[in-house]
Structure formats: structure tokens, C-alpha cells
Write a protein that binds this ligand. Structure first.
Ligand SMILES: [Zn+2]
Length: 112
């Protein structure tokens, strides 16, 4: 999962580095207003914690799908059909990403 907001002047996505997995965590870590720098146009602005949204990390999902396919191919050679069980690993991973994203996005901080 990644946490992004968008630049007010050029609308580019701005990704922030955080270990927070929920909006209150993000608020605890960075405060109500988070200063962001746009890499695209160089604009600096303060964004409210509610202006951020979570997105599933597509790259991680793709990697897990790739690994799942490789693992399935290898296990298929050794165990046959039962090897296909490993294809469920990326699905679980994907589901976890979607759920984490939803949990983040559905919780808004009360604005003061
Ligand atoms: Zn910008």
C-alpha cells in the first residue's frame, strides 16, 4: 500500500514516505498538516491528512503474482495439481492490499 495525494498546481500524484497504515497513524506520525514537495513541478504545499489516500501497491502485487506463477510451475512438476494451491498466495496478498487500502480511505479525521 502506498499513501498519495495530488499536487494543487499540476495535479501530479505525490507519494509520501510513511510507515502508517491507517489515517490516525498518519496523523500521529506527521500531524494534521503534512508538507509535501511535488517532484513534477517543484511546488511545496501543506496538505491536510484527509487529503491523502491509500492506493494498493501495484508493483508489489505484480511481483507476488509473478512469484505465485513461478511457485505454481515448480510445485506442479513435483506435486501435480496440488501445486496450483500456491496460485492463491498472490490472491491473498492482493486481497490484503485492497482491504488495507479500504480501511485507510474509509476513515476520515475530524477537521478542526
Ligand atoms: Zn506539481
Amino acid at each position: 500500500m502506498k499513501i498519495v495525494t495530488h499536487c494543487n498546481s499540476c495535479k501530479a500524484d505525490i507519494k509520501i514516505k510513511t510507515s502508517a497504515s491507517t489515517r490516525p497513524d498518519l496523523q500521529m506520525e506527521k500531524g494534521d498538516e503534512i508538507k509535501v514537495d511535488c517532484l513534477n513541478c517543484g511546488n511545496t504545499e501543506n496538505k491536510h491528512v484527509n487529503d491523502f489516500k491509500a492506493e494498493p501497491n501495484q508493483k508489489l502485487i505484480l511481483i507476488s503474482v509473478g512469484l505465485g506463477i513461478v511457485a505454481t510451475a515448480i510445485l506442479w512438476n513435483f506435486y501435480g495439481a496440488i501445486g496450483t494451491i500456491s496460485i492463491s498466495i498472490p490472491l491473498l496478498f492482493w486481497k490484503q492490499q485492497i482491504n488495507a487500502t479500504k480501511a485507510f480511505n474509509s476513515y476520515m479525521i475530524r477537521r478542526r
